[in-house]
Write a protein that binds this ligand. Structure first.
Ligand code: ATP
Ligand code: MG
Length: 407
């Protein structure tokens, strides 16, 4: 019944060269995520057709769900434009949608070829009359239809479809440039990473791991989460920079007063992240901070922490409610991994009373008590980078390079 999928691109208000870049990127992403050598692609200005060539459409539609920059897609049937053929094809399509019970429907016609001999309302009437006459389960309901039979008359052909499946929206990943995602094993940062990719930002990950102060499983969690995010990345791959944070972490515990420990730890993370970002052509930092969630995420804390970097920091979740974050986390299949109970470097030795209103001069004063710059440079030099793929699983014990000593 359906022999093709009509794919509609997202926000195409872009002009000229940018529009071409957008479309080329989105088309490449589609080919990669659909990953099927039998289907064929037909380009057409503001849309793309995937010719199924007999392939089952379920897997292909699943693939399209991983492409950022698509507004929607529909299974469609193409036919000749003469009204007899259109009527025949419309009947075939709607027959395929009728199950056992009665169904409320309406017909909607779009006519982009204004020379076509019939006007849209006339086509709608003819189609509705034809399908009603030849089926028994249909009831017209223009206000509350359960099914809309869409007829599109274009210059080259007529297209008929019933459902519009919503796409990811946003922009094709990579079109906005690259950001470095501060990725913990928690719920928030993977969601922040997903939202950035959806908005066109390609990401690399950076994780601060304090093995053996923290468990090896907490580092594995971050690998698993990166693999989940890679589903949406170009070529389904994401680079992850593993920062051996144990030595710096220990120095912080030894030299920084408890109330300032988290604030200054996060300042160190930002400093290191900016250096790694610059080395890897990332233009911004991205993290999962959400205003008010914990002591380090008050506006004062965020501002004092942010003070150590020049690079813009993008916080996609800044104003999100935790329940909304969890909803997305489940949709992208990260939640179960994120809630596994392994501590990371923000959860070991959590100070009893972290300050919610740190003072910048005090931070600078405490930091001057020890040669942290040297330790930051050493830590940066020891960063290990791994490339992770949505298609292969990496077990950290196979890596051989883990980072600080594995215990
Ligand atoms: P998450 O759920 O992402 O862990 P959170 O609500 O637990 O966030 P924090 O632990 O304060 O909040 O961390 C805030 C943000 O800082 C995280 O979303 C993440 O972007 C970054 N971050 C925290 N810990 C690490 C880490 N060990 N490595 C890399 N980034 C981290
Ligand atoms: Mg956390």
């Amino acid at each position: 019944m359906y022999e093709r999928i009509l794919v509609r691109y997202g926000d195409l208000t872009l002009k000229g060269k940018n529009k071409k870049v957008f479309i080329d990127r989105v088309n490449n992403l589609i080919r990669e995520k659909v990953n099927n050598s039998i289907v064929k692609y037909e380009k057409n200005h503001d849309r793309l057709y995937i010719l199924l060539n007999g392939e089952n459409h379920d897997e292909i539609i699943k693939g399209l769900g991983k492409v950022s920059g698509l507004s929607s897609y529909s299974l469609v049937s193409k036919s000749g434009r003469d009204i007899e053929t259109v009527l025949e094809n419309a009947l075939k399509v709607i027959q395929g949608e009728i199950k056992h019970k009665e169904i409320k429907f309406k017909v909607e016609t779009k006519r982009s070829d204004k020379q076509y001999p019939l006007k849209s309302p006339e086509i709608t009437q003819l189609v509705a009359a034809h399908v009603l006459k030849n089926t028994s389960k249909l009831i017209v309901d223009v206000h509350n239809p359960e099914l809309v039979l869409n007829v599109e008359i274009r210059n080259d052909a007529a297209f008929i479809y019933c459902k519009k499946i919503k796409g990811m929206g946003g922009f094709p990943v990579g079109v906005a440039g690259k950001g470095l995602l501060m990725l913990s094993g928690g719920i928030d940062s993977p969601v922040a990473g997903f939202l950035s990719m959806k908005q066109g930002i390609e990401i690399e990950g950076i994780h601060f791991e304090s093995t053996p102060l923290t468990s090896i499983e907490s580092a594995q969690k971050v690998i698993d989460l990166t693999e989940k995010l890679a589903v949406y990345a170009p070529n389904s791959k994401i680079k992850l920079h593993m920062v051996p944070f144990m030595e710096l972490h220990t120095a912080l515990l030894n030299y920084i007063p408890e109330a300032y420990n988290i604030t200054i730890m996060r300042r160190m993370m930002y400093r290191i992240a900016e250096k790694i970002a610059l080395r890897n052509n990332c233009i911004v930092l991205v993290n999962g901070e959400s205003v008010g969630q914990v002591a380090s995420q008050t506006l004062t804390s965020m501002s004092v922490i942010n003070d150590v970097v020049r690079m813009p920091v993008i916080r996609p979740l800044a104003t999100y409610d935790k329940l909304d974050i969890i909803k997305i986390s489940k949709e992208i299949e990260c939640f179960k991994t994120s809630i596994k109970p392994f501590e990371d470097c923000c959860t070991v030795y959590v100070p009893k009373r972290p300050t919610t209103a740190p003072n910048l001069e005090r931070c600078e004063f405490y930091e001057s008590k020890y040669d942290f710059d040297k330790l930051v440079d050493k830590t940066v030099a020891d960063v290990k980078t791994i490339k992770l793929s949505a298609k292969e699983h990496l077990d950290i014990t196979m890596l051989g390079l883990v980072v600080s000593e594995v215990i």
